[in-house]
Design a binder for this molecule. Structure first.
Ligand code: SAM
Ligand code: SF4
Ligand code: SF4
Length: 386
């Protein structure tokens, strides 16, 4: 048999790790944890932010996230029955909210590929925090389907949007999404989101040295004064497939220095504890922040660890709770859901899992790399949710 046909018929090992079972203590009457809104982990970090991956599929193949060589047409994506249903997601989210979650981000994969997503948004938009406030409900998208879907997302109750855009150059953009998708269509999606009245739109640009770092200044100029907040993200070593090297990372300090050479910037205070982005405002000639020109953000996930106040949990497409973007395993909440657990069981499980959390990978990254620790197999970002 020819080598090529052999390659095609060998079944791919499923790279998703097995899930951790929910600790038995969570379900024992004597050690139940009831939601109080005051949950904290072993490092005294509260749980405030939940990122929910609604699909592990995507219509792009960004090399830093879902490289084509790994995510090819025979890749074993999750079957539909493995995905949490909208009712399951909403039921779990209710318990997270009872524990103090205030912000929900829908992500993926590409969340706009999940059919009838507006129904989930409606359900989540109807939830209230224990003191009666609506959730801060947002979604991260590559923008490819946004022009078509912006109105329906707004009508369903989505409050904010983050759109990923790595370049304004059509050539660079098509190469980075690796499916030859034109940048104009994402720009049309952004315009549609503005037109239908999304007020807080963020633009995420992952910066890879030598690939799109020559686009930084053009991106800043384009979005300056637009009311949209451009955020530059350091290329991260998430997952196991992107072949990450420190040399490919453009440290935020260098990025800010490059921008400063073209347009004056000044540091702005953070909006809230646990905020991932460091804020920089465009400055006037006399050195004050110019609110008309707006601001940018830098997310220095690699060069300046921000684990100290990390209040984010991630719910994978198939209902595993991940306590860190770099965790090797998740905790299996789907088995509980599908095994007849009550709301109190679900809440207690979340309480026990978060209460035992000690994750702080970004603070350990340099030490692990300096010690030449063997690379750990980790689930992909498209699966656990970016
Ligand atoms: N498909 C949607 C999108 O691209 O916006 C949502 C999912 S994507 C995994 C969420 C965010 O993670 C995107 O802004 C993407 O650029 C970012 N991302 C993916 N891989 C990354 C990496 N290796 N380093 C830094 N950011 C990454
Ligand atoms: Fe898809 Fe988003 Fe990953 Fe790009 S970053 S491959 S758009 S999930
Ligand atoms: Fe949070 Fe983990 Fe990222 Fe640290 S490395 S900021 S704990 S997600």
């Amino acid at each position: 048999m020819a080598e090529n046909s052999l390659k095609r018929i060998i079944p791919l090992a499923d790279q998703r790790p097995t899930a951790l079972a929910v600790p038995a203590a969570a379900l024992a009457p004597s050690s139940r944890i009831h939601p109080s809104g005051l949950l904290s982990d072993t490092r005294q970090r509260p749980l405030r932010d939940l990122r929910i991956s609604v699909t592990d599929r995507c219509n792009f193949r960004c090399s830093y996230c879902m490289p084509k060589e790994v995510f090819h047409k025979d890749y074993p994506y999750l079957p539909h029955a493995a995905l949490l249903s909208f009712e399951e997601i909403t039921r779990l989210t209710q318990q997270f909210v009872a524990h103090g979650v205030q912000k929900i981000r829908l992500t993926g994969g590409e969340p706009l590929l999940r059919r009838n997503l507006e129904i989930l948004i409606q359900q989540l938009a109807a939830l209230r925090t224990p003191d009666g406030r609506p959730l801060d409900l947002t979604l991260t998208t590559n923008g490819a389907l946004l022009e078509r879907k912006a109105q329906a997302l707004k009508d369903a109750g989505l409050r904010r949007l983050t759109i990923s855009l790595d370049s304004l150059s059509d050539t660079v953009f098509r190469a980075m999404n690796d499916v030859d998708f034109p940048v104009q269509e994402v720009l049309a999606g952004i315009a549609a989101a503005q037109r239908v009245g999304f007020s807080a739109i963020k633009i995420n640009m992952v910066v890879k040295r030598g690939v799109n770092d020559d686009q930084i200044v053009a991106m800043a100029r384009h979005f300056r004064g637009s009311g949209l907040v451009l955020r530059f993200i350091e290329y991260m070593d998430v997952g196991s497939s992107n072949g990450w090297r420190m040399d490919d990372v453009l440290p935020s300090s260098e990025l800010i220095a490059r921008l400063q050479a073209e347009m004056p910037l000044l540091r702005l205070p953070s909006n809230s504890p646990g905020e991932t982005a460091q804020r920089w405002g465009y400055a006037t000639a006399d050195g004050r922040h110019d609110p008309q020109a707006g601001e940018i953000g830098v997310i220095s996930s690699v060069t300046q660890a921000f684990c100290g106040d990390c209040n984010r949990a991630r719910l994978s497409t198939e209902g595993q709770l991940y306590l860190c973007l770099f965790a090797q395993q998740g905790h299996d909440l789907r088995s509980l859901l599908r095994g007849g657990a009550s709301d109190a069981d679900l809440a207690s499980a979340i309480g026990h899992i978060w209460g035992a959390r000690d994750d702080h990978y970004s603070e350990l990254r340099s030490a692990l790399r300096a010690a030449d620790a063997p690379a750990r197999a980790r689930p992909e970002m498209s699966y656990i949710g970016g």
